[in-house]
Design a protein around this ligand. Structure first.
Ligand code: ADP
Ligand code: MG
Length: 698
């Protein structure tokens, strides 16, 4: 089968709907998809019936409302299409009501404080803007209906509802801006997202023996392998056969689901790879990225591999992120972030750019928070991922224009289009991009989009996209408030742009984001540097943040408080699991192995000395091993002592802080001597696969 036959074959797409629905029903669905509103119950029944028939032809037995609770992954409960049999025969059925609405026990999902008020009841509701699909897995074929998830009292319990709200806010505020420039044709604005997904692969048999990978998704012990990524030989390197077979299979599965997997390559670290789809509307991209992560894991099993999406599976080498490529465009094809050939004289682009600078500078903490997740704490600021400080990379051309405007010019003064000089006459003339690349920036302009690079590999792109949409909606709103009704719009607009660029100039940074100097310079500029998830989470309930989110109807205060609590709890639970895994591994595997090794050494020393031989080398080794064993044992005892106390704390915030300030250092204290022992103890008695085994033998 060719790609075109496979592509989208498991999606109840617009073209399938066109084929299978009566014309009026099809048109009603399209109208609601494009312009919002509700479909009638009669139409819902027709659509549900057609969906069910299509899915049953594909072998489906069940349907599910597929949603994204605050756990970070997706949730589903399968219901079969069968109905009560008549004369022993069942009829398969999916009603409009079943399609549109579901009821779910909200109490088993994280809800922060909302659980009490929601009386545990939650509803799922069909999100008509994201396509329905069938998924093939061990459970058979399941019809999946993307839904939002809300409580009995209407509060969002998921990541999708706020995202959809933020898209509406962005659309209405962006349209105000477009109207100022005389645009009367665009009727809707939306955000587009292209998430680049990094991941690691590890051999499944080895993975199963590493309990830290199994339970925590990342290694909690492990000495560095003799070789890391210092030769830069993995990035874009030739893809190994086994990995290639995995990628091929993965592409097929993604294509079936209508996911436009397009780019694949090896990443910087050994056994690390990346997949990127073609960007899509934010809502669809978010769903498809969740599906991509699920599919990556599922397909890996078939190849006796495991796909690790944790942000930092291995210490000492690069972790995994997810670059959120984000742009804003109209329904008639205008990309608001496209500078065109001559950005300086493109007033609309310059206003949009000024608004992005304002949004990112005013709301740096909100954006930072939107990328906070437990694993990301090991990544941000670790000299391999962007720092925890938000800044914008604009590249030299745009920065020059900004500089000229800020210093009183119009920005249009000089405008040399540059070509690259290759020195070879037969090579094509390469036109220079508007911006160079800068891999160290958290928020980089890359020609016609911004690339938010802070997001963690395991995280949904929903939170960061919601935050970017809302913050930009606010900046657009401020601009529109200031400019609507201006007598001389162009003059007022130029003035506004200059004011914004001046005020927010500090957010532009084109230098090396990994450097020590930048940390100092950023502090001097007054930019926030929020180093960990627990500190980041507090941003959610700052009064100005609540006011912003409430003003644009993205989150209510109650929802923000609940999300803050969920995040504290998530942090505490994750660290608690990691600490418990370390206790298990240290007491059941590492310490016993070292004890028996030191026993062997001691016997060797005794027997050598008993016949008058020099045992100084053995004695020295034994001494070293014993000292480290003692350190490990003491660190284990300290961790075991503190863990129950922290776990018993009742304030979620205090508990999360204690995990960060007390437990995490205890974990480091335990890991350090054990990693040193790994390099001293004979490999035959070491109870765990090494970093070398895990990273270089995939
Ligand atoms: P790079 O490594 O240069 O960042 P990739 O090809 O790996 O590029 O990924 C770039 C991602 O950005 C892709 O998902 C691509 O579809 C997406 N993208 C391109 N243009 C836009 C745009 N206008 N808006 C959002 N995403 C975009
Ligand atoms: Mg990129």
């Amino acid at each position: 089968m060719s790609i075109t036959d496979i592509f989208g074959s498991n999606v109840f797409s617009v073209s399938i709907m066109r084929q299978r629905l009566p014309r009026e029903a099809f048109e009603e669905v399209m109208e609601v998809m494009e312009h919002g509103g509700q479909i009638s119950m009669a139409t819902a029944d027709i659509v549900a019936g057609a969906m069910k028939d299509w899915a049953v032809e594909k072998g489906a037995t069940h349907y599910t409302h597929w949603f994204q609770p605050l756990t970070g992954s997706t949730a589903e409960k399968h219901d079969s299409f069968i109905t009560y049999p008549k004369e022993g025969i069942t009829v398969l059925r999916l009603s409009g009501k079943q399609l549109i609405r579901g009821e779910s026990d909200a109490s088993s999902f994280p809800s922060g404080g909302l659980r009490a008020t929601s009386y545990a009841r939650g509803y799922t509701a069909w999100d008509i803007t994201s396509p329905v699909f069938v998924r093939e897995s061990g459970c058979g074929v399941i019809l999946c209906i993307p839904t939002i998830f809300i409580s009995y009292t209407g509060e969002a319990l998921d990541k999708k509802t706020p995202l959809l709200r933020s898209l509406e806010a962005l659309s209405s505020q962006a349209l105000r801006i477009l109207r100022l420039f005389g645009n009367t044709t665009s009727s809707k604005v939306t955000a587009y997202v292209g998430p680049e997904q990094e991941y690691f692969l590890v051999d499944r048999a080895k993975y199963l023996k590493r309990k830290d990978l199994v339970y925590a998704g990342r290694t909690l012990f492990g000495a560095p392998a003799p070789k890391g990524q210092e030769l830069d030989d993995h990035y874009f390197g030739q893809i190994r056969e086994r990995v290639g077979a995995y990628m091929k299979d993965l592409n097929n599965e993604l294509w079936k689901l209508g996911i436009t997997a397009i780019t694949q390559h090896n990443e910087a670290a050994p056994a690390q790879h990346e997949m990127a789809p073609i960007y899509a509307t934010a809502n669809v991209a978010v769903d498809q990225n969740q599906l991509t992560m699920e599919t990556m894991k599922r397909v890996a099993t078939k190849h006796d591999l495991v796909c690790l999406l944790n942000e930092k599976p291995y210490a000492g080498i690069n972790g995994s992120g997810k670059h959120n490529n984000w742009s804003v465009g109209t329904d008639d094809g205008i990309n608001l972030f496209d500078p065109g050939d001559d950005p300086a004289s493109n007033l609309q682009f310059m206003l949009v750019l000024a608004c992005v600078l304002a949004a990112v500078d005013d709301r740096a903490d909100v954006l930072r928070e939107s990328a906070a997740c437990v694993g990301n704490d090991h990544r941000l600021g670790a000299q391999e991922a962007p720092p925890a400080i938000i800044s914008i990379f604009l590249g030299s051309q745009l920065t020059d224009i900004v500089d000229r405007i800020v210093s009183g010019g119009s920005g249009e003064e000089e405008n040399a289009e540059e070509n690259l000089i290759t020195g070879v006459s037969t090579l094509p003339m390469l036109k220079k991009d508007t911006s160079d690349r800068n891999r160290t920036s958290p928020f980089a302009f890359t020609g016609n989009r911004f690339e938010f690079r802070m997001v963690g590999a395991s995280d949904s792109v929903a939170s960061s996209t919601t935050a970017m949409n809302a913050c930009l909606a606010e900046a657009f709103c401020n601009a529109a408030d200031a400019l609507e009704g201006a007598e001389d719009f162009e003059a007022a607009c130029r003035k506004y742009i200059r004011r914004m660029l001046k005020r927010h100039y500090r957010i532009i940074f084109n230098g090396d984001g990994y450097s020590e100097e930048w940390v100092l310079e950023a502090a001097r500029r007054g930019l926030p540097n929020i180093g960990n998830m627990v500190d980041a989470v507090q941003v959610l309930t700052k009064s100005d943040v609540v006011a912003m989110y409430e003003k644009f109807h993205v989150f209510s205060r109650t929802e923000l408080v609940s999300r803050m609590d969920v995040q504290y709890e998530t942090y505490a639970k994750h660290i608690n699991i990691e600490a418990n895994v370390m206790i298990h591994m240290a007491s059941k595997a590492y310490i016993p192995a070292v004890v028996s090794y030191s026993g062997d050494l001691a016997r060797t020393v005794a027997s050598l000395e008993s016949i008058g031989m020099d045992a100084s080398v053995q004695r020295e080794l034994l001494d070293q091993v014993n000292r480290l064993l003692k350190d490990a044992s003491a660190a284990l005892a300290t961790l075991e002592h503190h863990l129950p106390q922290v776990h018993a704390m009742t304030s979620l915030k205090a508990m999360a802080e204690a995990y960060r300030d007390v437990i995490v250092p205890c974990m480091t204290a335990l890991r350090t001597p054990i990693d040193k022992l790994e390099l001293l103890v004979h490999q035959d008695v070491w109870p765990m696969y090494s970093y070398g085994d895990l990273l270089f033998e995939v």
